[in-house]
Write a protein that binds this ligand. Structure first.
Ligand SMILES: Cc1cc2nc3c(=O)[nH]c(=O)nc-3n(C[C@H](O)[C@H](O)[C@H](O)COP(=O)(O)O)c2cc1C
Length: 172
């Protein structure tokens, strides 16, 4: 089972979380910074993909992340990822940016859906306090939201639970 972890970051928090998640999922490959990835088609060689994306462009419909992910979205949508399991975690701030909490998860999610991937790693919104998020589908976030700005004390527990969920859903 080859599973890759990819992230983009501006102030380092998404990279830090990617590394902490990798320590909980040692069978996955070491996290790769999108800045070091020349071609997203490398993702087609993997059986599972885990992506980390922060939200910086507050309230934006498009290019919500404000990181290297934004330039890769169209290319990701063109990939053939049928049969691949994909999970997304997002970094945001549920207090200061409560009306746009982790909005970028859903944008990235939509391009992986376009590529035919099987999306996993959904998380109930019940244990979060926030106003609005574009990343809520039904009663769940379409990935794992994390808040290292206002709720960093909750991240370890959220990550542990998600890592266990991914072991089952991806088969890691
Ligand atoms: C100017 C600015 C805009 C932000 N906009 C949002 C936002 O719309 N939604 C959100 O959830 N977090 C928002 N954040 C919080 C960041 O997403 C958060 O700090 C994140 O952990 C940064 O990740 P990084 O260090 O990997 O870049 C914003 C932060 C700043 C400083």
């Amino acid at each position: 089972m080859t599973v890759g972890i990819f992230f983009a970051t501006t102030t380092g928090k998404t990279e830090d979380i990617a590394e902490r998640l990798h320590s909980m999922l040692p069978n996955a490959q070491a996290p790769v910074d999108l800045a070091d990835l020349s071609d997203v088609s490398e993702m087609e060689t993997l059986e599972g993909i885990i992506c980390g994306i922060p939200t910086w462009n507050t309230g934006a419909d498009f290019d919500r992340s404000g990181t290297a992910w934004d330039e890769m979205l169209e290319d990701i949508g063109e990939l053939n990822l049928f049969g691949k399991k994909v999970a997304i975690f997002g970094l945001g701030d549920s207090s200061t940016y409560t009306e746009n909490f982790c909005d970028a998860i859903e944008e990235l999610h939509s391009y992986f859906v376009k590529a035919g991937a099987t999306m996993v790693g959904y998380v109930s919104k019940d244990n979060y306090t926030f106003g609005e998020s574009k990343s809520v589908i039904g009663d769940s976030f379409c990935g794992l939201p994390l808040d290292e700005d206002s709720e960093s004390d909750l991240s370890d527990e959220r990550l542990e639970r998600w890592a266990t969920q991914l072991k089952n859903e991806i088969g890691l």
